[in-house]
Design a protein around this ligand. Sequence first.
Ligand SMILES: [Zn+2]
Length: 333
Amino acid sequence: MINCQSCELKTVEIIESCDNENYPYRVCIECHQRLIDRALRPLEYFNLSVKHGKTYLLHDDFYDENGKACQPDSEVIDETSHNFPNFDSIKNNLEELIDYSIVIWWVTTPLIQEFQKFNKSQILSSFQSRMIENRFLDGRIYELTAKILGHFAADWIRSEWKIRDNNKLLDYSECLANCLPVDEGFYYYTEELERIDSPSLLSENLTGLIHFKSKLSLDWIENNIKRVINISNSWGYLAVASGFDWDRAKKWINSGRPLSLISLDTLVNCSVTNETQNSTLWLKENPQRLLNPDTIDNMNFVLLNYLSKDNVARVRNNINYITQNWDKILKTK
Ligand SMILES: [Zn+2]
């Protein structure tokens, strides 16, 4: 007898492949109806999400962070006797902690720290067997591998990279950066970026280089910026995460467009703190500053000299902001 993946009590009666034909839901009749109605109880949502990840029917439009149905088509019955697991009650059991880490929306530092008390071989082995069962879990499992196992998982990540899905390139970036030597991971990732023709796809995927936190990315920007016409925000977000210093900022400003525009965006990004609105989550959680600055007078001179040659709204607004916010850009207070 195989138990329903949702209630884990009744026998499987329905195999539902609407979300993933390679790994269908195996559920009892009652849970199947609740799944289709998006009216699962929190514990059932949890049990299914552990095995299936964020599929359409388990999407966060339909359930909140604690598995409470947000827009059910039928009444959610007996909700309080099927609660979402409590973190303190699962954190000392490795498999339950991994279950929890797969389901929750955001992987936090305190959650990662809980893994330190467990054996890395056992963690890796559990990740591998979960991926063998359902490869759809890859994004979250790779994220956990990067954050928990680092170089311990190098060989596994090399073998996963060999069978990669190039439509999910971003999912691999943190692992390549954290689990492999920097030069090796950077080479693999940029080799794939070089194959991308579409400017919007390139812009989306280049943000994966943020995880390397390496000046190699600044050199990569210099060599690849000619591939795009419109400069999206992604380039300035990548530069600020990659050890951006005043020498580089000045070099890019003095070289003119397009690098001058990225340099100004990057200087603005240096001012982001964890309280800034309208920035990326990564940057708010990892605020950066301009490295190796010159005196403010000298830096202002370079900026105002550039403004006299390229006085358009984008440049003017950025330079006004930068010259008035050196304290935030240099993080002097
Ligand atoms: Zn069931």
